[in-house]
Design a protein around this ligand. Structure first.
Ligand code: 4AD
Ligand code: MG
Length: 431
């Protein structure tokens, strides 16, 4: 009998098939036994009746514990009341392994307990739904750039220097060459790629030795970073708008079932359409002051500040032109006001805060040397990067989108720790 995945049952109604999976739940009523099986692609209710299967098969029901692995055989029929809309009339059941007492039960468990059992927690329906949405988000990101002629540029993980400030570097010994650092961002390599291919995207894991224990910070997270030659700050903002609209609409189109499991109110997602509101940092400061928050011009927006600003809008908001002093060395200054950087952040609505950070890049050799000095960064480690300004320098811009914060926002989650299969945080390295 052919093995079929539960998600494909629609085209097998009336057929005798095999499902291989794990026992999610079971109950009995008189001479009927109900088993809910999960196979990774969905849930299926299977019904076994005394008398219609050999007693030996019928009695196997009693041996089955939660998460036991098994094969079930039988005919598929439509059943609107069952989860997934189908049901199997079981003709045979084979046990592969009887599971030991499973530690995760339908009762409430604390988050730390579940995080210690992350390798098993992944099987639970909410976690399953979240990682399916994550998969869809990543697929839509790749589709978006691939469809627009961007070339994927893989950047190294071991790097000789900082990209996003020296305070969050993970350091390691690197043979006879001294210290290496885990990458904080692939951007600088993306810039080299953009000068070779015009438009590229870097997509990979990035690392920050973040001391902050907030619901938005991981020490290892995934970032996608487009970089485009000849784009300025406005082009960059427009790219981000098209990008976010595309991702959210793809999730809405393909993940309705997952969003339902997550009880996500999708009305906030349906409004993610171009144009997104754009405000300057100065305007953002005005909003904070009006809300009675003591905020001094020149400071970076903190988590709470971002929450307050993003709550003013029904869709993501772009904040541009931040004070240069709080931004990275590679950002170009605003020609109209050299105190400002041509930076842009995108803040997600409903209080989720920054999901994108980006800018137009400093393309002038001398100005960039000045920036390196201001940030006390060694010229030697950046000499290759300076070459990009020596040989055919052009205006260019790009941004980085954090995958986990985006998943948290789209799924409506409290904390980024559930958005990645195995989260790494200041206090968690296991499992
Ligand atoms: O704003 P960031 O630091 O920007 C950069 O790294 C640029 N080099 C990107 C570029 O222009 N190519 O980080 C970009 C995004 C943030 O908006 C956030 O979504 C995410 O990366 N991020 C984190 N996500 C989880 N945990 C952390 N510790 C994060 N730090 C940044
Ligand atoms: Mg940022």
């Amino acid at each position: 009998m052919p093995r079929i995945y539960i998600e494909n049952l629609g085209s097998h109604v009336g057929e005798e098939i095999r499902i291989s999976g794990w026992l999610y739940n079971k109950r009995s009523s008189g001479k009927i036994r109900f088993l809910v099986i999960r196979d990774g692609s969905g849930l299926l209710q299977c019904v076994m009746m005394k008398g219609t299967v050999p007693d030996e098969v019928f009695n196997r029901f009693d041996m089955l514990t939660q998460e036991s692995s098994l094969n079930v055989y039988g005919k598929i029929k439509k059943e609107d009341r069952a989860p997934g809309g189908f049901e199997m009339e079981v003709s045979n059941l084979e046990i592969i392994q009887v599971a030991k007492e499973y530690p995760i039960t339908p009762k409430e468990h604390g988050v730390e307990f579940l995080m210690d059992l992350r390798h098993l927690w992944l099987r639970s329906s909410r976690q399953h739904a979240i990682l399916r949405v994550r998969h869809r988000i990543i697929k839509s990101i790749r589709d978006f750039f691939d469809n627009r002629g961007f070339v994927l540029m893989d950047a190294p993980i071991f790097t000789p220097a900082a990209c996003e400030g020296t305070s969050t570097l993970f350091e390691t010994d690197y043979f006879d060459l001294g210290k290496a650092y885990l990458t904080q961002s692939g951007q600088l390599y993306g810039e080299a790629g953009a000068m070779a291919h015009g438009k590229v995207y870097v997509f990979g894991p990035t690392f920050r030795a973040e001391k902050s224990k907030t619901r938005r910070h991981l020490t290892e997270f995934w970032m996608v970073e487009p970089e485009v030659a000849f784009n300025d700050l406005n082009d960059n903002m427009e790219l981000a708008e098209d990008f976010l609209e595309y991702i959210v609409s793809s999730v809405l189109k393909n993940c309705q079932q997952e969003l339902k499991v997550l009880e996500r109110d999708t009305k906030f997602l349906e409004s993610v359409k171009k144009p997104l509101p754009k405000i300057s940092y100065d305007e953002a400061v005005e909003i904070l002051k009006k809300k009675g928050i003591a905020f001094e011009w020149g400071n970076d927006l903190g988590g709470t500040d971002e929450t307050v600003i993003s709550e003013q809008f029904d869709r993501p908001v772009i904040v541009h032109r931040y004070p240069a002093q709080i931004k990275a060395f590679y950002m170009k200054r605003d020609p109209k006001n050299p105190n400002l950087a041509l930076a842009m952040d995108v803040l997600a609505p409903e209080g989720y805060g920054e999901i994108i950070g980006g800018s137009q890049r400093e393309d002038d050799f001398d100005a960039l040397i000045g920036r390196l000095d201001e940030h006390k960064l060694p010229h030697s480690a950046f000499d290759w990067y300076l070459d990009l300004r020596r040989f055919g320098s052009v205006p260019h811009a790009g941004f980085g989108l954090g995958i986990e914060r985006t998943v948290a926002w789209i799924c409506g989650l409290e904390h980024v720790r559930e958005t990645i299969p195995f989260p790494r945080m200041i206090y968690r390295l296991n499992p």
